[in-house]
Design a protein around this ligand. Structure first.
Ligand SMILES: NC(=O)c1ccc[n+]([C@@H]2O[C@H](COP(=O)([O-])OP(=O)(O)OC[C@H]3O[C@@H](n4cnc5c(N)ncnc54)[C@H](O)[C@@H]3O)[C@@H](O)[C@H]2O)c1
Length: 363
């Protein structure tokens, strides 16, 4: 494709305008039209982007503008119906996280995209941030040693969602980062939480992901916190990393600290832990906006007919973990076992097995 990719964005609420701004600025892309059921939101967009056509009629949006690609930034329950129509109409399709409301919906979208040879990308935004890229680079280079565990906290007051709980809203970011850093899928998920404001919608949850070889990650998600927190600690056998995404310039600190147990000792009384305290340092990161990289990557994938780094398969794997978290929440935190197929991906939701807490604790 030599001409610019013509793009339309559906959903102009909180997140849509950020996508509109970025797709208006990336090379080889022509933002042509936007769509929203709310005329008030379209009025706002028309003021900012008078050259872009803004319509409430989805059918018109789909057919009238010769769009090559459609970007979906609506509430999650509309991701699948809109993405299905977009793909069936032959449009490359970009969906906000989480990809859809169930793994079955994700699978059906992957099938259509594959059968039509279209790019299907999910916005796992943080995989495109220089901080997460740097952490993955340090881990792959062996600087951190073997990863022992990862702890992540994503907390703030609101924004309360009506169709999904806080795990489905906030944890996709933590899960996508953790899977990327560890390079593997979890074998079990536990999740506990409570709906304090709306009883049926959990607003505070604690999730743990268990990986092979005893690797472990915990994720705390909250819409009921006075302060905004975006912190992750990655604990390795050689060094530890603290990643604070709210810092402007010093998002990552690498600590040369570790604890070791002597390999041989005669009696427990002789046993001495050895604590190592070395220098800490702050790696330099470029200041590019992650969402700009996300949008650029989508356009590049269309131009070069390549698979995105966060494509349908990655979107599906993440939704399977969210489904397991929901099953665990229903079972009051019991472990949900995710068996994995030969190619390393988790098996479908039907294969979820809820393990009672006692059995899980003994395993
Ligand atoms: N990647 C990120 O960091 C990030 C951050 C925030 C939100 N999001 C995702 O973006 C999506 C939108 O979230 P939001 O916070 O902007 O929601 P929002 O409720 O603020 O905005 C959604 C917009 O979609 C419109 N809409 C709803 N149904 C529609 C339909 N059928 N057709 C056309 N327009 C429709 C609404 O009128 C509204 O303007 C969600 O999937 C959310 O998870 C991603």
């Amino acid at each position: 494709m030599t001409k610019p990719v013509s793009v339309g964005v559906v959903g102009c609420g909180y997140w849509g305008p950020l996508l509109i701004r970025n797709f208006s600025n990336v090379p080889n892309c022509n933002l042509v039209a936007v769509c929203d059921v709310s005329e008030a939101r379209l009025k706002h967009i028309r003021k900012l982007y008078p050259e872009v056509t803004a319509v409430t009629d989805w059918e018109r949006f789909l057919t009238d503008f010769e769009l090559d690609a459609i970007v979906i930034a609506t509430p999650v329950k509309f991701h699948h119906p809109l993405a299905q129509k977009s793909l069936l109409a032959g449009k490359h399709t970009f969906i906000e996280k989480p990809m859809a409301a169930s793994s079955a919906e994700c699978e059906s979208l992957i099938e259509i995209a594959e059968s039509k040879g279209l790019v299907l990308m999910v916005d796992h935004t943080f995989l495109y941030s220089s901080a997460v890229r740097k952490i993955a680079e340090l881990v792959r280079a062996g600087d951190i040693g073997d990863i022992r565990y990862i702890n992540s906290r994503r907390l703030n007051l609101g924004l309360f969602q009506k169709d999904i709980n806080v795990t489905w809203d906030l944890a996709p970011h933590d899960i996508s980062i953790i899977l990327h850093i560890l390079g593997e899928l979890p074998i079990a998920v536990n999740c506990q939480g409570n709906g304090h404001v709306t009883p049926a919608v959990e607003d505070v949850t604690n999730m743990s992901l268990t990986f092979r070889q005893g690797r472990f990650a915990t994720i705390q998600s909250s819409w009921l916190e006075p302060r905004k927190v975006r912190e992750m600690t990655i604990v390795g056998s050689r060094r530890m990393i603290v990643y604070d995404d709210l810092q402007t310039h010093e998002k990552i600190k690498v600590y040369d600290v570790r604890v070791e147990r002597p390999p041989h000792y005669d009696t427990f009384a002789e046993f001495q832990y050895s604590y190592h305290y070395g220098d800490s340092y702050i790696p330099h990161l470029n200041q590019e906006e992650p969402l700009k990289e996300v949008c650029r990557h989508f356009i590049d994938c269309i131009k070069t007919s390549t698979q995105p780094a966060s494509g349908g398969q990655e979107g599906l794997e993440l939704v399977r973990i969210l489904e397991a978290a929901s099953a665990s929440l229903k079972a009051k935190g019991a472990a949900v076992i995710l068996s994995q197929s030969a190619n390393g991906s988790c098996e479908p939701a039907e294969a979820l097995r809820v393990v009672p807490p006692l059995e899980a604790a003994g395993s």
